[in-house]
Design a protein around this ligand. Structure first.
Ligand SMILES: [Zn+2]
Length: 313
């Protein structure tokens, strides 16, 4: 049976019922006052309309979110979420435009809202003492270079490319990626400090910015790629490099690169799929539900993020 054969991908009432079951597992909750006790259906109102007996206000499960204000039907949003969440290397807006029959501009907008929903708000330091393995954890850090930094002339090496710094926690198997303007220690230091526990072991290559910053952590192990050393026992950065290989194949093959102003959203998308991957027991259905939850559970509205400024990617 096709993954897209479920009724909620084709029928608006079923799509509402699906979202309600995700967001309100215990029954409807009024988004205005938090009331749960005296909620009634509004007969003849728009899809899914409820009334709260406590504050007398009306609402639906999508109130205040991009789903409510979008002219695209909810069941098509669910299809878009499924396609993006289940495609390992991403899914282009051109393809979505053809698949859903919406305009390219709408498809582009939908995917960027879904990327915002995929953004991980987790702030807990990686490699902390609370890792499932117990004791201090291991965090791999590495950078990759992609596309073209705006305004920088093409030179040798990576000077003119956009820079991405990623951290992978070996215990939780989660990745966290950021776009950085450069790799100077002053730039990298606050990122490592904010995202990695001091008790963690940091594993990196021999790049200069890490050599200086490794002292901030209880242990810093380096593999010297310049000398042909990639693995020394458990010391390596192969996990984060594996993440980069999927990210780069997607950015080159599916998205054909993007502008720097959008790169963080694509990273959110790749981080999200990696952090909710099948190997961690998260299937396509659950991954899609988590993405949808990001929009409604966090009330992602039109105004809560930058509107697209250019058609790109
Ligand atoms: Zn209420």
């Amino acid at each position: 049976m096709s993954a897209l054969s479920a009724a909620f991908f084709h029928d608006e009432a079923a799509a509402f019922a699906k979202l309600e079951s995700l967001i309100w597992p215990e029954g409807p909750v009024c988004p205005h006052c938090g009331g749960m006790g005296r909620i009634t259906n509004v007969k003849g109102g728009r899809m899914g309309l409820r009334r709260c007996g406590d504050c007398k206000k009306q609402f639906t499960v999508t109130v205040g979110t991009v789903f409510e204000s979008s002219h695209v039907k909810l069941h098509l949003w669910l299809q878009a979420a499924h396609l993006l969440a289940s495609s390992k290397k991403g899914f282009s807006a051109h393809q979505l435009h053809r698949t859903l029959g919406v305009t390219y501009k709408t498809a582009w907008f939908m995917f960027h809202r879904l990327r915002e929903a995929m953004r991980d708000g987790a702030l807990a330091p990686m490699g902390g003492l609370d890792g499932p393995a117990g004791g201090a954890g291991i965090v791999e850090a590495d950078e990759t270079f992609i596309g073209r930094e705006p305004g920088k002339p093409k030179k040798r090496a990576y000077h003119h490319k956009m820079k991405v710094l990623s951290l992978v926690d070996r215990d939780t198997k989660q990745v966290r990626s950021v776009v950085v303007d450069d790799l100077k220690p002053d730039t990298v230091k606050p990122i490592l400090a904010a995202n990695i526990a001091k008790e963690a072991s940091l594993f990196t290559d021999e790049a200069g910015h890490y050599v200086k910053l490794g002292k901030d952590f209880i242990e810093h192990q380096i593999t010297s790629h310049g000398k042909g050393e990639y693995v020394r026992g458990i010391v390596h950065t192969n996990t984060v490099e594996g993440y980069f290989s999927v990210f780069k194949r997607g950015m080159k093959g599916v998205y054909q690169h993007c502008g720097k102003q959008h790169l963080h959203r694509y990273l959110a998308e790749f981080d999200f799929r990696y952090n909710n991957r099948a190997k961690l027991g998260v299937g396509d259905v659950a991954r899609t539900e988590r993405a949808l939850y990001g929009i409604i559970g966090r009330r992602l509205t039109y105004r809560s993020a930058n509107r697209p400024q250019a058609i790109n990617g």
